[in-house]
Design a binder for this molecule. Structure first.
Ligand SMILES: Cc1ncc(COP(=O)(O)O)c(C=O)c1O
Length: 396
């Protein structure tokens, strides 16, 4: 007996595959600074826990497969307040943004169909594409261009007869790049001209630091039913464990597919959706403070990188990640070595090797993704570990 090829083809996550080495390091008493995973340390708003603990139904029952009606309405209100024409029925609640990615791929592609993506990209697009039988067609973005989009010609060159959509993520995980309005317009024009869906993962919409404002796929009404928005409450309200996200589309045919996919998994977690209802009234100051804090963190990491000989990184415009080029030939080996063999004053740092964010073999081997999700003083300590680690790695 052996597992299916499809199952075996689901790649390990570069974000989590070094976890056993981190656990061993901790057992040896080494403090590990986790810059490998986008788990914010910002406290979850109290209102979420208040709503969960005041839940008084006798039975924690299944909910509607499309999500709790007031939550769908609350999410639609959130987009309407941002100025977009979204009806309550345009929103299907998903079990995290993760399920929104899978639903989108399943809904727009048959097995063997293709989706254009821009590498480096959020690594789990790969995993969900394998599950859905979809082939990702990567277009490579270069560090020298700040990972902004290449020319329209380069994008159109990978579109073939089986291409059904283009998936984008802005602000981007793993690069922090925020697509300018003219880049979004190019994608919109290509989607319309080539009859494709434009699937926009906006999990980091509120995490922008002033250089480039965020442009949503919803800002282009000419896309009509070609626009597909994937969203998540995980990062926006620091509720990663609640598993609440959504997929937004004005196309009733797509919504019917989402409903049927949702019916297969019955419902998203009822209690967490109930808690999430309280989050949607949060606005203004909360996001302003969060942005200011993450800007400080970003700047601390960039200062740390600037001090490291041979390290290169561009300042990210959003999200809470930076892709850094390091003076190493194999960042996977270096990241493992940091956990297995290195410590500086009892501490080390955990990073995500860059190659797992690319579909093209061989790319990203001198890159790491750094998630700046810790307080500034811890980030500064982590960057000192990285600095010292690179020096010792070169001498070893
Ligand atoms: C770009 C992007 N999309 C989607 C997700 C999935 O988020 P969740 O399933 O927690 O909502 C993540 C999580 O890190 C992400 O970085």
């Amino acid at each position: 007996m052996h597992p299916s090829l499809r199952g075996q083809n689901v790649p390990p996550s570069p974000i989590r595959k070094l976890v056993p080495f981190a656990e061993d390091a901790k057992k040896r008493g080494v403090v590990v600074h986790h810059l490998n995973i986008g788990q914010p340390d910002v406290p979850t708003p109290e209102v979420f826990f208040e709503r969960v603990s005041s839940y008084r139904e006798k039975v924690l029952a299944y909910g509607h497969s499309a999500g709790l009606a007031p939550l769908r309405q609350g999410m639609a209100d959130y987009y309407r307040k941002l100025g977009f024409a979204v009806a309550d029925d345009d929103v299907t609640v998903t079990t995290g943004g993760s399920e929104a990615i899978l639903f989108a791929m399943m809904a727009i592609c048959d097995p063997g169909d293709e989706i254009v993506c821009f590498e480096p990209f959020y690594t789990n697009y790969n995993s969900f594409a394998v599950q859905a039988g979809v082939t990702l067609r990567p277009v490579t973005c270069a560090p020298e261009d700040g990972y902004h989009l290449p020319s329209r010609e380069r994008i159109e060159a990978v579109i073939g007869p089986r291409t059904k959509g283009i998936i984008i993520c802005s602000p981007n995980n793993p690069t922090g790049t925020v697509l300018r309005r003219d880049e979004m317009q190019t994608l919109v024009d290509v989607a319309i001209a080539r009859e494709l869906y434009l699937v926009s993962d906006e999990a980091y919409r509120e995490f922008v630091y002033g250089e480039i404002p965020h442009t949503s796929v919803l800002a282009f009404p000419e896309l009509g039913s070609r626009a597909l928005l994937l969203d998540s409450l995980s990062k926006r309200y620091s509720v990663c464990g609640a598993r609440v996200g959504c997929v937004v589309s004005s196309d009733p045919a797509l919504q019917r597919v989402f409903l049927h996919l949702g019916q297969a998994r019955l419902c998203s977690p009822s209690l967490e959706q109930h808690g999430a209802l309280g989050l949607l009234s949060i606005e203004g100051a909360y996001f302003g403070e969060m942005q200011a804090e993450y800007r400080r963190r970003r700047d601390a990491v960039m200062r740390g990188l600037a001090a490291i000989p041979g390290a290169k990184a561009r300042t990210p415009e959003g999200a809470f990640y930076v892709m850094a080029q390091l003076p190493v030939a194999d960042s996977g080996h270096f990241c493992e070595w940091l956990l297995r063999e290195f410590q500086h004053e009892g501490e080390t740092v955990m990073l995500a090797p860059g190659d797992g964010f690319y579909a093209t073999p061989g790319l990203g081997r001198d890159e790491v993704r750094i998630a700046y999700v810790l307080e500034v003083d811890r980030l500064e300590r982590a960057m000192r570990c990285l600095h010292e680690g690179l020096a010792r790695y070169a001498r070893r």
